[in-house]
Design a protein around this ligand. Structure first.
Ligand code: SF4
Length: 534
């Protein structure tokens, strides 16, 4: 329904080990070639259990990013960021908490389970209970469609889907929804509109899933729909209101087969781990001293690989031929245990070598890592249809469609308008011109009042009275720029600030600043002369 986007996070709890590599990072490295991916350091999640010792979280976060990069996560393919650098995660968490029934959180299986397991911590806290909701906010804020999880995390994704449904149910019913949805259907064009209506009837009357999927595809493919209309059409198709938050799918990942040095699951707390960048001598020593089949007391005693933790390493690292050599040699006492361990040692070291090399540059110059994260945070906040729902409360975007104008006029119009927070004009090299006016939230109540609207009811942004007022203001503000004389229509969108149409790309940012410096005073002067023809 919405474009595929993978989101996955990791808690910064210390150096990553080979279990993380085989269980999570290899999967990330594959996914980054297949979908847009957002990978984040879940430092606020770490606080839900480690709130008493927050000191190590920050350093662990940076070390973990180096581990990711060392393992082959590529910042030019995936967006890497730190959760706490994007406060909208917390804002959405707060907003969602208002409508989340307590019982839903208490029923999440990992809540009781973890409380029982982590007995050394006091986890009867609000933060720990709300941990799955914070996860939901992490996912929903980006409209992530795919979330790689192990079997035990599937209930969290189901919980997130329920939260999204509840949110859409509560807030998707805007005033005049039916009329607005019908208007949006018309925008599909007559042939598609007819097909949409047929598919909707088939789904709603016969529960035809194929019709639903075809309807989603039809809306997906439609050009020139605003985000709001797209949400309306998705929701109207299914018989609900606007589909504001999208329901993610669990991307089930296989549990890591990487065992620890003692044959149990590899984990730092079991003291049986090999860290990703551990030095070669230490790795060699650890594997050489691994326990083996207890039946092999002497070199001449035959053994059974199935009873030996080293065999688990061979299952991960060795080819069929080596595995046959181990099985035959062990059962016949034809090989010794140290001999058997050597191919496993060699394979682990081979795997780690490029990781150590890649990490070196980042360890030598930590600013490289800081820059990657800074860039990732910027990118995370500028995802194409990045959906900071909280933005609705802060910013109002007005989109004005005009005609093609000469680049010089267009540039001139990229100017700060004191009435609005910003006027930005896009469309260079495009057959049309798009002007975005971002209202300062402080100005909104006044404008709404002028139109006789309720300042708190932001749903009424689409009211023709407001649109008319804004249109007149925009025209008056830009009356000296020829291209803008042609503005005929103003569409107020409910959506918050987005980077739609490439808005605020780094190039545009620079350009905008230059133009503001050059033309800003002229535009301000226009206002000083009192042109507001409302
Ligand atoms: S020969 Fe290999 S598989 Fe057999 S007990 Fe020794 S280490 Fe384990």
């Amino acid at each position: 329904m919405f474009p595929d986007r993978v989101l996955s996070g990791m808690r910064p709890t210390g150096a990553l080990h080979l279990g993380h590599y085989h269980g999570v990072l290899k999967n990330w490295i594959r996914l980054q070639h297949e979908h847009p991916c957002l990978f984040f350091v879940a430092d606020w999640h770490a606080l839900t259990t480690h709130y008493e010792e927050p000191g190590s979280i920050e350093q662990n976060a940076w070390d973990m990013v180096i581990d990711w990069l060392a393992a082959g996560v590529d910042p030019s393919l995936a967006t890497l960021f730190i959760q706490s650098r994007i406060p909208e995660h917390a804002e959405l968490h707060l907003l969602l908490s208002m409508m989340t029934p307590l019982g839903w959180l208490e029923r999440v299986p990992t809540y009781k389970d973890q409380q029982e397991k982590l007995t050394d911590r006091e986890l009867s806290t609000y933060g720990f209970l709300g941990y799955p909701l914070l996860q939901s906010a992490d996912i929903l804020v980006y409209r992530a469609t795919l979330v790689p999880v192990g079997e035990d995390q599937v209930p969290h994704i189901e919980f997130t889907r329920e939260i999204a449904r509840r949110f859409n149910h509560l807030y998707g019913r805007e005033p005049g929804f039916e009329e607005k949805a019908l208007a949006a259907v018309k925008k599909l064009g007559s042939r598609r509109a007819k097909l949409y209506t047929q598919l909707r009837t088939r789904y709603q009357e016969q529960g035809d899933q194929q019709a639903l999927e075809a309807g989603h595809a039809l809306v997906d493919e439609a050009q020139n729909l605003s985000l709001g209309d797209r949400e309306r059409l998705f929701g109207y198709l299914e018989g609900g209101g606007k589909m504001i938050l999208s329901e993610p799918e669990a991307l089930l990942t296989q549990a890591s087969k990487m065992p620890g040095l003692d044959g149990q699951k590899m984990s730092k707390s079991y003291n049986n781990a090999i860290t990703l960048r551990e030095d070669a001598d230490s790795v060699t020593r650890k594997i050489r001293t691994m326990p083996t089949d207890p039946a092999r007391v002497r070199r001449t005693d035959p053994g059974e690989p199935q009873k030996c933790p080293v065999w688990q390493f061979h299952l991960v690292y060795s080819d069929a031929r080596t595995q046959e050599w181990v099985t035959a040699g062990c059962r016949s006492a034809g090989i010794g245990c140290l001999e058997c361990k050597q191919p496993a040692i060699d394979a682990v070291l081979r795997e780690q070598e490029p990781m150590r090399e890649r990490a070196e540059a980042y360890l030598e110059d930590p600013t490289l890592v800081r820059n990657i994260i800074e860039d990732g945070c910027d990118r995370a906040r500028k995802q194409d249809d990045h959906y900071f729902i909280t933005g609705r409360l802060k910013e109002i975007i007005v989109l004005a469609n005009g005609e093609k104008v000469p680049p010089a006029d267009m540039e001139m119009a990229i100017a700060l308008d004191p009435l609005f927070e910003q006027v930005l004009v896009l469309g260079e090299g495009r057959p049309y011109l798009t002007a975005l006016v971002v209202l300062n939230a402080d100005l909104w109540p006044g404008l709404a009042q002028e139109c006789g609207l309720d300042p708190m009811a932001y749903a009424s942004l689409e009211d023709p009275r407001l649109l008319g007022l804004l249109q007149r203001r925009i025209k008056a503000a830009l009356k000296d720029f020829p291209g803008f004389a042609k503005i005929r229509r103003v569409t107020a969108l409910l959506e918050p600030w987005t980077v739609d149409n490439g808005l605020m790309t780094p190039t545009l940012k620079v350009k905008r600043k230059q133009v503001l410096d050059q033309y800003g005073p002229q535009v301000r002067a226009m206002y000083d002369e009192g042109p507001a023809a409302a």
